[in-house]
Design a protein around this ligand. Structure first.
Ligand SMILES: C[S@@+](CC[C@H](N)C(=O)[O-])C[C@H]1O[C@@H](n2cnc3c(N)ncnc32)[C@H](O)[C@@H]1O
Length: 218
């Protein structure tokens, strides 16, 4: 059996956005400020449809303990924090005070700052501060691509059975098919490692730049 995938043209993408719940005022202002203040870096922000997906998945799965690696100006963390169950907490890891100062402002504006703890520093080191036992319901990895495998190895044992790991940019603008740079190679090696990892079952969702969704097995 063969299946021809649907090519997501710009027009179809516009249609998809127009028929999904739109970002609210706080989120829309965060998107606008990131693009006006940081035009060269703003493409790092998750897409609106990814933000909506993060919030919905967090809500649907009743997440109480979440970790994010790669926060930037806060769009994905805001989405996860808004979806947390009562009493839920999100710990964010990033190396940049400048980027995350923007995030902090928007968390406060959205009234979710009391649910989020930000830890600044190289995530490979700081993730080791987390309790070693499986306690996380949700993990979102979206930082430097060369670090993905290290973050995965630190986090998979800390995710409870049935918990979810999401990893962004795993189709890497299609460069997974013809890897050239170090980051291309890192994503290819990471994807190979995930599909061979017996601790999880995984699917790459073709949402924006590719989003791996993995469920921790018992
Ligand atoms: C793609 S952006 C994250 C986008 C974010 N998820 C959002 O929705 O706006 C990548 C982030 O990873 C951070 N980063 C890069 N290298 C890092 C490292 N070694 N440890 C922790 N964070 C890192 C960068 O400072 C940047 O904010």
């Amino acid at each position: 059996m063969t299946y021809t995938p649907l090519p997501l043209t710009a027009e179809l993408h516009d249609y998809l956005l127009a028929h999904s719940t739109a970002p609210d005022e706080v989120m829309a202002e965060l998107i606008a400020e990131t693009w006006s203040a940081l035009p060269d870096d703003a493409g790092m922000q998750v897409a609106p449809e990814q933000a909506a997906f993060l919030r919905m998945l967090t809500t649907l799965t009743g997440v109480r303990r979440a970790v994010e690696v790669g926060t930037f100006t806060g769009m994905s963390s805001l989405s996860i924090a808004r979806g947390l169950a009562d009493g839920g907490r999100l710990i964010c890891f990033d190396i940049s005070e400048d980027y995350t100062d923007v995030a902090r402002r928007y968390w406060k504006r959205a009234g979710v700052d009391d649910r989020i703890e930000l830890r600044i520093g190289p995530a490979a080191e700081r993730l080791r501060e987390l309790p070693a036992e499986p306690h996380l319901d949700l993990v979102f990895i979206d930082a430097d691509k060369e670090g993905y495998q290290t973050y995965w190895e630190e986090l998979v044992p800390r995710v409870r059975p049935g918990g979810v790991l999401l990893v962004d940019n795993t189709l890497w603008s299609g460069r997974v098919l013809d890897p050239q740079s170090d980051s291309d190679q890192a994503i290819v090696a990471f994807n190979d490692a995930v599909v061979a990892d017996k601790r999880v079952e995984a699917v790459i969702l073709p949402i924006r730049d590719g989003l791996t969704m993995a469920r921790r097995l018992a």
